[in-house]
Design a binder for this molecule. Sequence first.
Ligand code: NAD
Ligand code: UDP
Length: 334
Amino acid sequence: MAILVTGGAGYIGSHTCIELLNAGHEIIVVDNFYNSKPDVLKRIRKITQRDFISKEIDIQDKDELEKVFIDHSIEAVIHFAGLKAVGESVQNPLRYYETNVNGTLVLCNLMAKYDVKRMVFSSSATVYGNPDQVPITEDSPLRATNPYGWSKLMVEQILTDLAASDKEWSISSLRYFNPIGAHASGEIGEDPQGIPNNLMPFITQVAIGKMNQLKVFGGNYDTSDGTGVRDYIHVVDLAQGHLRALEKIQKISGFHAYNLGTGKGYSVLEIKEAFEEAAGMKIPYSIVERRPGDIAVCYADPAKAKEELNWEAAKGIKEMCADAWRWQRKSFKG
Ligand code: NAD
Ligand code: UDP
C-alpha cells in the first residue's frame, strides 16, 4: 500500500516525501512541475537512498490520474498540489479556483470511486484572514481576503461536507503558518521562480547578491518594532507534522483541522537579524510602504496539534536561517 503525494516535487511536498520514505512508507508522487523541477525527485532518492514511482500528471487530468488509482494500491493521499501566490490569485482567480478547487474535486471523486477515503490536505493560516486575536486557535472565525484564501476555505468546506456525508472518510486539514528553511543536506529547499514574494527567500537572495536590498513592507504596525510579526516554522518540522496526521487519520474519521506553527511570532527585523547572525553578514534593507492585504500579527496556538497529533515544532529560528542559507548557497552554484 502506498501514499499518493500530489505536488510532491514542491517545497513542502519534497521535504514530506523524505520523511515518509525515511519512515518506511511507499510513496507515489504526482506533479505537473508547474512550480518545481523533476530534478528534485532525483535529489529525494539520493538523500533517502530509496526509490519510488513518480508521474508527471496534472491533477485536473482525470483520465491520467485515474490510471494511478487503477494501477496502484493507495492507502491515503497527501494533497499538496496547488497554486499559492496571493497576488497572482487576484490577477487570475479562475486559474486558482480551477487548480485548487476543481483539482481537489477531481482527486476526491477518484478517491471515492476507488475507496481511498483518507486524506491530509495542505491548508493555510490564511483561512483566518486578519485574526481577531492571537495566538490563533482552530475554532477562530474563518474568512478570506483574496482568491487564494477563498480557494483554501472552499476546499475545507468541501472536505467538511464530504466527511459528514460518509463516516468512512477521514481528513486532516493542516493549516500551515510560515514555512521556511530547508533540508539539512542543502540538496532541497524553496526554489521560487522570478522575484521571491516571501520574506526568507528574498533575504537569502539579497545575501547571495541576486537582489540589492530587502524591502521591509511597513514599519508602523502595532508591534514591538513596527514590522509585521509571523509564526515561522521549519519546513522539516512541518513535514513531520504530515506523518503524525497520517497516523491520526488511520485511527479516527471525520474532518479535523490543525494549526501547524510554533506558537511564537517574530518580526521582519528579528528574522533579518537572526539571518545576519546565522550567515555572518549584514543584510541591507529599507522600510517601504505596507504591502496591500498584509496583516500586523499572525501566530498559532499549536496546542491542538500537540494534544491530538502528538506533534510540536522542534527547530528554532537559528536552524531555520542556517538551513535556508546553506540551501541558497548550494543551489546558486547548481
Ligand atoms: P510549491 O509550489 O512548491 O508546491 C506545489 C507543487 O504542486 C509544485 O511542485 C507544483 O508543480 C505542483 N502543482 C501545481 N499545480 C498542479 C497541478 N494542477 N497538478 C499537479 N501538480 C501541481 O508550494 P508549497 O509551498 O510546497 O505548497 C504546497 C501546498 O501547501 C500548496 O497547496 C500551498 O497552497 C500550501 N501552503 C503553502 C504555504 C507556504 O508558505 N509555502 C503556506 C500555506 C499553505
Ligand atoms: N515581507 C517583507 N518584505 C518582503 C517579503 C515579506 O517585509 O520582501 C514581510 C511581510 O510584510 C510579512 C512577513 O514579511 O510581514 C512575511 O511575509 P511572507 O510573504 O513571507 O508571508 P505571509 O505571512 O505574507 O504569507
